[in-house]
Design a protein around this ligand. Structure first.
Ligand SMILES: Cc1ncc(COP(=O)(O)O)c(C=O)c1O
Length: 361
């Protein structure tokens, strides 16, 4: 063959227009873009992890079922190990859910919400149905129920507290949706440790419920990629068909287990983040021209008088990385993580600086 090889001829048609997820990475900025836990990992717990590491065999594959970690998660969540699956971040679990139930079918989301549902859904070849949130960012429960009753709808995603708006969905509203549909309702509680009611008590009653959780936020393990889901054993058995056998490496399994064994240290940090969030919210709301939206998570959505891109670039030039969430319902909006008191103070200063410079023209 003497023609030039072009992989575009082979690429799946529905992936041609897909834009890969863009997570900018800078070595030396103050990171307020990814809702991570801003405090250094507790030193004593780090020591414990390293002690355990010394006893591990890196030449062996990890436990595919992560039995010890799941046993610890059972104590934390009150759900038996048979109802728990762990993933390489909850991102991987979202993809697995999409591949198991979504391919060739439809799924419902409530925008603005976590972008990964849409992205992973497209990767899996599922079709998105968006039921936009109401003006105050509450979900349109009646619209969701109606959409969930449509033909070929197999999944409904509800994020609470919702990324990026920060508000929660009351448990009775979620329960009403779960009860009304034959589809699986996936409740993403990635920020559940910071606020809102958990849907865990509903698991016993509803076999069509999946709850997603992560170690990346409250438990400070974003770099080790550990997420988990809670569901009926029947759903877990389905998901096992697509799960990569050794998806969670030995280091991450061990670290997450040790974190679970030492939850108290993280509880104190969560309380500190919540106190700082409330103080930070007041300060941000007081910046002239800024509208901050109430939040139950460890981040704050806010609107400024300037295009989000201009604020984003201005802050980046000043050494701070944020997330622009500009979109149809979120004009001129950005999302800022609750950082340390010091970082938040710096952010308020730099944001005020960006806004005053612009107003001077
Ligand atoms: C709502 C929501 N779900 C899931 C995730 C992914 O978390 P993980 O780090 O476990 O993949 C995030 C990360 O930002 C998120 O905001």
């Amino acid at each position: 063959m003497n023609t030039v090889f072009d992989p575009a001829f082979l690429l799946r048609e529905d992936l041609k227009t897909l834009v890969p997820y863009n997570a900018p990475y800078y070595a030396s900025v103050i990171k307020l873009d990814a809702n991570e836990n801003p405090y250094p990992f507790p030193a004593g717990i780090m020591e414990r992890i390293y002690e355990e590491m010394n006893r591990l065999a890196f030449n062996r594959y990890p436990d595919p079922m992560a039995v010890k970690l799941r046993e610890r998660l059972a104590l934390y969540t009150g759900v038996g190990p048979e109802g728990i699956m762990v993933g390489n971040g909850s991102d991987e679990l979202i993809l697995n859910i999409m591949l198991t139930y979504g391919t060739g079918a439809k799924f419902v989301v409530t925008s603005p919400t976590f972008a990964m549902y849409g992205l992973q859904g497209r990767v899996a070849g599922a079709e998105i149905i968006d039921v936009p949130r109401l003006e105050d960012f509450q979900i349109d429960a009646a619209g969701v129920k109606q959409a969930a009753a449509g033909p070929d709808v197999k999944l409904v995603f509800i994020c609470t507290p919702n990324n990026p708006t920060g508000n929660t969905v009351p448990r009775d509203v979620t329960e009403d949706i779960i009860r009304s549909t034959g589809a699986i309702v996936v409740v993403d509680e990635a920020y559940g440790e910071f606020g809102g009611d958990s849907c865990i008590p509903l698991l016993q009653r509803y076999p069509n419920l999946i709850i997603l959780r992560t170690f990346s936020k409250a438990f400070g393990l974003a770099g080790l990629r550990v997420g988990y889901l809670l569901a009926s054993p029947a759903i877990i058995n389905d998901l096992l068909k697509v799960k990569q056998p050794f998806n969670l490496n030995v280091f991450s399994q061990t670290a997450a287990r040790v974190v679970m064994e030492n939850r108290q240290a993280f509880q104190e940090r969560i309380q500190k983040i919540l106190a700082e969030r409330d103080r930070f919210f007041e300060e941000l709301s007081a910046v002239p021209g800024v509208e901050a939206f109430p939040t139950q998570a460890n981040f704050i959505l806010f609107r400024t008088p300037l295009p989000a891109r201009e604020v984003y670039d201005g802050l980046l030039k000043r050494g701070l990385l944020l997330r622009s969430v500009e979109g149809p319902a979120l004009s001129r909006c950005l999302r800022v993580s609750v950082g340390t008191a010091e970082d938040n103070k710096l952010f308020i200063e730099k944001l005020s600086d960006v806004l005053t410079q612009a107003s001077r023209g």
